[in-house]
Design a protein around this ligand. Structure first.
Ligand code: HEM
Length: 460
């Protein structure tokens, strides 16, 4: 039987779909001076293309195509929002330097579910300022703790003797500084296991169905928080398993009366997260780029042999040694520029903003693509080439921002570089290595080596 409803239904459906398409493609209310670009499919926009893997020292097809068609600033529809994408150095700097005035950190909602509502990447304004200043005090604690450098040097050496995963080293180093706990303690292995799940889910598709990486990450985060709470409780009660006052970072945050326990847990979680994957990725990138750059490796060896000559047998490295590692720092900066540990950061526009004649509308998502500026031939000759000597030019530092910038600039940048520099010291003086097969770093957008970076290692 054909009722009025079945006649009207296709009509209404057609009208609604037509309206949606009209809104998407022909909406003539769109301001005139928006950057050029395409919005892709309704709802999904161009997100899947944007996330397509590519070598991390290249722009990838999506950015390359758009930049040559529309220019280095273009519009798109990404992560569920209309978006201005910037591969332009000047605009990137302008966005990062105007945090909280014209732009604001704005990570996609599902990520909040894994990071937690108090994560530094999620919070804004006063709360961000407060949590960030506590995080910064962690780095001061490290610098002023005379054991920090020797702990790090020792842990690096033993990691390299067994050639275990760099990730375990960066994780264990953090845990030692936070809680004065060694890698063999059961709570630490539990934390590490949970962190593995947490990281996998953070970069997976955000679908909360039991069994997905995302759902496992949300659960892992809850377990991590419980463990950190237990450690805090133990310290307060003077439980000997965990230890009493140690002069470590836990003592610092416990004595800060302006923090709630929830905030304390979140700061520790943020620092573990920030320092865990990024620094170990940087170390892998260094191993990779140096395996392909004999000349840089030789110069690096000279620098580290000269440092070693000034020391007694087996003597640990010091801050003073780090300050002498000039070429090493150039190598690290170049690996960050070419390797692109963090491809882009998430922001939104707080008001209508005009930049170089373009409009960035209020409320739109804004993505400064750090990689876009790092690989811009206007600023870097042969940008895909690993060339540490380009850093002899003092202006290069102004054209590269692997740690982003402004109020949200990575507070762990110096620590990350220090760990990488000490790692290089032991690597180049004690080992020869070759990469097995034709491997290379891929942007997924987090960095993964296509073949897992398998190495043939020989002790010198
Ligand atoms: C090679 C190493 C590293 C790279 C490339 C890196 C990169 C970045 C970038 C690009 C941001 C900015 C995010 C944004 O603007 O939205 C950031 C923020 C952050 N990083 Fe790092 N990072 C590294 C190492 C570390 C280390 C070692 C730690 C801690 C131990 C750390 C902790 C943090 C924290 C807590 C934030 C949030 C800061 C805020 O929102 O104010 N990072 N990092």
């Amino acid at each position: 039987m054909v009722g009025p409803l079945s006649i009207l239904l296709p009509f209404w459906l057609g009208l609604s779909v037509g309206f949606l398409l009209y809104k998407f493609f022909l909406n003539n209310e769109e301001p005139k001076n928006l950057p050029l670009g395409s919005m892709g499919w309704p709802l999904v926009g161009e997100t899947l293309h944007f996330l397509e893997p590519h070598r991390s020292n290249t722009m990838g097809k999506f950015l390359q195509d758009r930049c040559s068609r529309y220019g280095r600033v273009f519009k798109s529809h990404l992560f569920g929002s209309p978006t201005i994408v910037s591969c332009d150095l000047e605009l990137n700097m302008f966005i990062l330097q105007n945090e909280e005035k014209l732009f604001q950190g704005s990570y996609p909602k599902p990520i909040h579910g894994v990071l937690g509502k108090l994560s530094m990447l999620v919070v804004v304004r006063e709360l961000h300022k407060k949590l960030r200043s506590v995080a910064l005090s962690f780095f001061t604690t490290c610098k002023t703790n005379p054991n920090f450098i020797t702990d790090m040097d020792g842990m690096l050496k033993s990691m390299m003797e067994s050639w275990k995963d760099c990730k375990e080293f960066t994780f264990n180093l953090m845990v030692k500084q936070f809680f004065s706990m060694g890698p063999k303690e059961p709570l630490v292995s539990q934390l590490l296991e949970d962190y593995m799940h947490f990281m996998k889910g953070l970069v997976s598709l955000p679908i909360y169905i039991p069994g997905t990486y995302f759902a496992k990450a949300v659960k892992a985060r809850m377990r991590i928080c419980t463990t950190i709470r237990e450690i805090i409780k133990g310290r307060r009660e003077g439980n000997n398993d965990v230890g009493q006052t140690k002069g470590d970072f836990l003592d610092v945050i416990l004595s800060n009366v302006n923090l709630s326990d929830e905030e304390r847990v979140s700061i520790v979680l943020d620092l573990l997260l920030g320092g865990y994957e990024t620094t170990s990725t940087l170390m892998s990138l260094l191993v990779y780029f140096l395996a392909h750059s004999h000349h840089a490796l030789e110069q690096l060896k000279d620098e580290h042999q000269a440092i070693r000559k000034r020391k007694h047998d087996g003597e640990a490295l010091s801050w003073e040694d780090y300050k002498e590692m000039h070429f090493t720092i150039n190598v690290i900066h170049e690996a960050l520029r070419c390797g692109n540990v963090v491809k882009f950061v998430h922001r939104k526009a707080l008001k209508d903003i005009e930049f170089k004649g373009f409009l960035i509308p209020a409320g739109w998502k804004v993505l400064p693509i750090l990689l876009g500026a790092h690989l811009d031939p206007k600023h870097h000759e042969n940008p895909s080439e690993f060339n540490p000597w380009r850093w002899n030019d003092q202006t290069t530092i102004k054209k590269v921002s692997p740690f982003a910038g402004g109020l949200r600039q990575c507070p762990g940048s110096e620590l990350g570089k220090l760990e990488a520099a000490f790692f290089l010291h032991h690597l180049v003086l004690n080992y020869r290595w070759k990469i097995i097969g034709d491997d290379h770093p891929m942007c997924l957008p987090y960095i993964k080596f296509k073949g897992g970076l398998r190495l043939e290692i020989e002790q010198i």
